[in-house]
Design a protein around this ligand. Structure first.
Ligand SMILES: N[C@@H](CCC(=O)N[C@@H](CS)C(=O)NCC(=O)O)C(=O)O
Length: 240
């Protein structure tokens, strides 16, 4: 077990402009900030991942802490809470951990998967030139041979359904300033991570102009931890 004071290093995904894009990395970035921990960041492109740490992991985020190296964002945040128990907790206990996994079990298929089909071509176009062929090939295989262009051709027609799918967030935000209630929790970091991802490369604003509950929450979220989420390269999330 490394000493808690051993340095932390976070491997993340960078686009051509250097912006951190992965929704899963963003969850971990917020989790580290919540716990007041700082980590050295190691930006990778998609094709760097197999050449990093002897190809041990297929995805980022990857966290290195002394001799411990782990991937999978849920494992990483669990590790952070167990290894740094004296910093603010991400999860008050196993029940909250399980409830947040339930939230994610809704959020990933219902929201993030829809986001992929809106933005997969934008991700390709924003990726480093050296990563684009790999990204296209791997995603077209994942979507059973459909091209990225065909996948996104009717995306504007699909926007209303995605906006409607976000209703549970609005219902919660009508009652509380954050998804977690009066203070941000990992539910907020999961959702903020996804919006950060979209804002890193979107050429189609995801949200309607009058979506005031989500707009106010996003402003609060982007301001957290000294404006961790604020980046001048951010693309508009709201229609003008
Ligand atoms: N279940 C993983 C998902 C991580 C993931 O999908 N990361 C993507 C970036 S968003 C990745 O590294 N993809 C590498 C690739 O597509 O080759 C987690 O929660 O950490």
């Amino acid at each position: 077990m490394p000493s808690p004071s051993a340095p932390l290093r976070l491997y993340e995904l960078a686009l051509a402009n250097g912006r951190s894009a992965s929704p899963y990395v963003w969850r971990v970035r917020y989790a580290l900030a919540h716990k007041g921990l700082s980590a050295e960041t190691m930006p990778l492109g998609f094709t760097d991942i197999p050449n990093t740490l002897a190809g041990r992991f297929k995805t980022v985020p990857i966290l290195e802490h002394g001799a411990n190296v782990l991937a999978e964002s849920w494992d990483i945040v669990d590790y952070l809470d167990r290894t740094f128990p004296d910093t603010p907790r991400l999860f008050s206990g196993p029940a909250e951990f399980a409830s947040l996994r339930l939230f994610d079990a809704w959020f990933q298929p219902e929201i993030m998967r829809r986001m992929v089909t809106l933005y997969v071509l934008d991700i390709h176009n924003a990726a480093r030139a050296v990563d684009q062929a790999y990204f296209r090939q791997s995603r077209e295989v994942r979507f059973k041979g459909t091209t990225l262009e065909a996948l996104t051709a009717d995306r504007e027609a699909r926007l209303p359904a995605v906006r409607e799918a976000l209703l549970p967030l609005r219902l919660q935000l009508a009652r509380f300033p954050f998804l977690g209630g009066h203070v941000p929790t990992y539910a907020d970091y999961i959702a903020l991570g996804a919006f950060q991802w979209v804002a890193s490369m979107s050429t189609l604003p995801l949200l309607a102009k009058n979506d005031e509950l989500l707009r106010a929450w996003l402003e609060r979220g982007l301001d957290l931890f000294g404006g961790l989420g604020r980046d001048p390269r951010t693309k508009p999330l709201f229609e003008s």
